[in-house]
Design a protein around this ligand. Structure first.
Ligand SMILES: Cc1ncc(COP(=O)(O)O)c(C=O)c1O
Length: 270
């Protein structure tokens, strides 16, 4: 964030933080979402706190706050007149209004935020203690000055030590009743980028005459992504609803697989 803010400042840019998963989480003592010019939080049903769907955007700029209120409500010129807004340049609005029932749920959730984060950390600590010492399994490292909300617990393996890649490990762990996930589909493989179509059927914006970029959306251009797909995976979503016994089952599944790594290596070779 320090570097992004510096680049933005030097170039007159606005920083909008995507803090969807990190309400109540600090970076160098400051809450995420308050470090840039604006910060957005998701309240979708599987976030740290939630209202079913929806979200919140925060800013300490009166100007941005006014524009956001308009964008939330179709950028209605009638409202803008009432708000004494003189310029509607770049103002295209939608219906992003949150209703009172959702807001009421959100206010109660907000009061619980801290205890929910503490609970997640306790569960993650229990899990990481339980799998400590399994060779080739790397827990996440949290950089100095950062906190982690542990929406999902990303783990890495060293394929050279365990002898197979993360997707095989996930397949085997899931046979033990886990619901883990072996990496997301990289964005560059989405049809929009592979077929270079987004708006209409004439390749906008990729083949737009004003667009001068020549991006390479092949996997060859992304060696780090290729490596991450081999070494990283995530647990199921960590929520405060998970019980200690669920975490203990996860730990037991890891130990069971690690006790039979030779068999998994043979399976992976087939
Ligand atoms: C980092 C991040 N940003 C944005 C979103 C999207 O949030 P929403 O579904 O509320 O638009 C998510 C959802 O998972 C997310 O993890």
């Amino acid at each position: 964030m320090d570097e992004l803010n510096a680049v933005a400042k030097a170039n007159g840019l606005v920083v909008i933080e995507d803090a969807a998963q990190s309400p109540g989480i600090r970076y160098k003592g400051r809450y995420t979402g308050t470090i840039g010019d604006m910060g957005v939080f998701s309240l979708n049903c599987h976030k740290i706190i939630q209202t079913g769907e929806g979200g919140v955007i925060v800013t300490d700029s009166d100007e941005f706050a006014g524009r956001l209120r308009l964008i939330r409500n179709h950028a209605e010129a009638v409202v803008a007149t009432g708000m004494a807004v003189s310029s509607l340049v770049n103002m295209v609005g939608w219906n992003y209004r949150m209703n009172e029932v959702e807001a009421a749920v959100g206010k109660v959730q907000l009061r619980k935020l801290n205890s929910l984060l503490v609970r997640r950390r306790q569960l993650v600590d229990r899990f990481l203690n339980g799998v400590k010492g399994l060779s080739g399994l790397r827990p996440p490292s949290i950089r100095e000055g950062c906190e982690h909300s542990f929406y999902r617990l990303m783990l890495q393996i060293d394929p050279d030590i365990i002898g197979f890649d993360a997707p095989v490990l996930v397949e085997i762990l899931n046979k033990e009743g886990m619901d883990f996930y072996a990496g997301y589909l990289p964005i560059n493989l989405f049809p929009m980028y592979q077929q270079q179509i987004a708006f209409g059927d004439r390749g906008c914006p990729f083949r737009c005459p004003w667009y001068e970029g020549k991006p390479d959306y092949s996997m060859d251009a992304l060696p780090v992504v290729q490596r991450m797909r081999k070494v990283s995976f995530t647990t199921e979503v960590i929520t405060h609803c998970i019980a200690e016994t669920d975490i203990d089952e996860m730990i037991a599944a890891f130990h069971k697989v690690w006790a039979r790594l030779d068999e998994v290596r043979d399976y992976a070779k087939q």
